[in-house]
Design a protein around this ligand. Structure first.
Ligand SMILES: [Zn+2]
Length: 441
């Protein structure tokens, strides 16, 4: 029996008991009305659990766009900083750095140390993103003769950093995933770690390594008072909806928070109200722990120090920059490492669509999503491949299913609807995308 079915059964049983007990003048519960209190408490509990189950950070933060304002919730500010820091800094550079700096200042006012977010929580992902991007450009230079002057100015000073691990002689035949794995674990990675630790935040936002501005940090400024794991927990719960994406130690902190909220709030230096604005339940945490221990879900690094979730965002980043070959080889290596990981299978299928739609379809049909955004994206991708291989009837069915269930959801999808143009990658409401495709079917 599912936990929610078990809960409604307990609720039903207690309702009948309380009814019966009330009719007999509370002789069953000892004349205290305790039966009604127990009923109220069980009802309250299932409300909390339901809130936790239906909580979705993308939906909660979606209305907050543009310049960060005073009324923005912490989750919207943290997500803005996270997404802009890990995106390449050369598109809309000024706007990006203004918004990020302002969001960090607002977070500081709420009690979140900005350095803890940028350096401790996002530092490792940021340095990997920078190194992978530089490696991808280097690959373009070596393999396809890309002119070095075509590389964004922020990234050019990173190329010599890579030379410590990838000299011209030793790295000529390396595939992109192999080069990426060497760079993210070797000498370049050490340079990047020092960069994250010492360079002023404004330069981290801009990915600048040539700027001399170095900052002297007090070590306590880079974590909340309870330490590193507590810092990661605080930001995990405000930036990742699924507990599968949290660090393992964050699940321990979440359990502790559910049992002793005041004590935990005090030890991380944030208010209980602020922490409670992200609902969760013990059942949810236990489910996540079970999935880690028994089903192998979680954040273990697979390729180049990247977990499944990070791989997905890196592959999208490579695709956005038109580095299709690197994206596909990275996704394919990740899929080899964890063939049972449906997210990665979906990612590989996505990269395979322009190259071989029939193979992409086979991969898509292998994934088993029960619901949520991933199922929606899988359906949308199936519609694309059916369209490409000429199975118009099936494509139409898949688009209609997608339209029925997509709501306001946005996603990265291939757009083939512009006649005569090359397929392009688009990030927009799935509904708009589906309507455009439907018009061709
Ligand atoms: Zn009673």
């Amino acid at each position: 029996m599912s936990p929610s079915a078990e809960r409604s059964l307990s609720l039903l049983a207690l309702e009948r008991f309380a009814d019966d007990c009330s009719n007999r003048g509370h002789t069953l519960c000892g004349s205290s009305g305790g039966c009604l209190e127990a009923l109220e408490s069980l009802r309250g509990l299932s409300d909390v659990e339901q809130q936790a189950d239906f909580y979705d950070l993308s939906a909660t933060t979606a209305p907050f766009q543009g310049l960060p304002q005073h009324h923005w919730p912490a989750s919207a500010l943290i997500r803005l900083v996270k997404s802009s820091l890990l995106e390449v800094p050369w598109t809309d550079s000024l706007r990006r750095s203004t918004h990020t700096t302002l969001a960090l200042a607002r977070l500081g006012e709420l009690g979140f140390p900005p350095d803890a977010l940028v350096r401790t929580y996002l530092g490792a992902a940021l340095q990997r993103q920078v190194l992978l991007t530089a490696t991808a450009f280097r690959h373009e230079i070596m393999r396809n003769g890309l002119d070095i002057r075509a590389i964004p100015s922020q990234l050019q000073p990173w190329l010599p950093v890579l030379e410590a691990d990838l000299s011209a002689e030793t790295s000529a035949d390396l595939s992109f995933p192999d080069a990426a794995a060497i760079v993210t674990t070797g000498a370049a990675s050490k340079t990047a770690t020092d960069w994250v630790r010492t360079v002023a935040v404004a330069h981290l936002i801009d990915w600048r390594i040539d700027a001399p501005l170095v900052t002297t940090l007090r070590p306590q400024g880079t974590v909340v008072p309870a330490g590193r794991d507590a810092t990661v927990w605080v930001f995990d719960r405000f930036s990742c909806t699924s507990l599968d994406e949290w660090q393992r130690t964050s699940l321990d902190w979440e359990l502790l928070w559910l049992h002793s909220p005041a004590m935990v709030a005090d030890s991380v230096g944030l208010s209980s109200e602020l922490l409670a604005s992200r609902p969760s339940s013990e059942r949810m945490v236990m489910t996540a722990i079970r999935r880690r221990l028994l089903e192998g879900a979680g954040d273990d690094p697979l390729v180049a120090g990247l977990s499944s979730v990070e791989l997905r965002s890196n592959v999208v980043a490579l695709l956005q920059r038109g580095q299709l070959e690197q994206a596909r080889t990275l996704a394919s290596r990740a899929h080899e490492m964890a063939p049972g990981d449906d997210t990665l299978t979906n990612v590989l299928a996505f990269c395979t669509i322009p190259h071989d739609p029939a193979a992409a379809k086979e991969l898509l049909n292998r994934t088993r999503f029960r619901g949520g955004e991933e199922l929606l994206v899988q359906k949308a991708n199936l519609a694309t491949v059916d369209f490409l291989i000429g199975a118009k009837h099936q494509a139409r069915l898949a688009v209609l299913t997608t339209l029925r269930t997509c709501g306001e959801c946005k996603a990265w999808l291939w757009d083939y609807t512009d006649p005569g143009a090359l397929p392009s990658l688009t990030y927009r409401p799935i509904r708009d995308w589906a309507r455009r495709l439907l018009a061709l079917l």
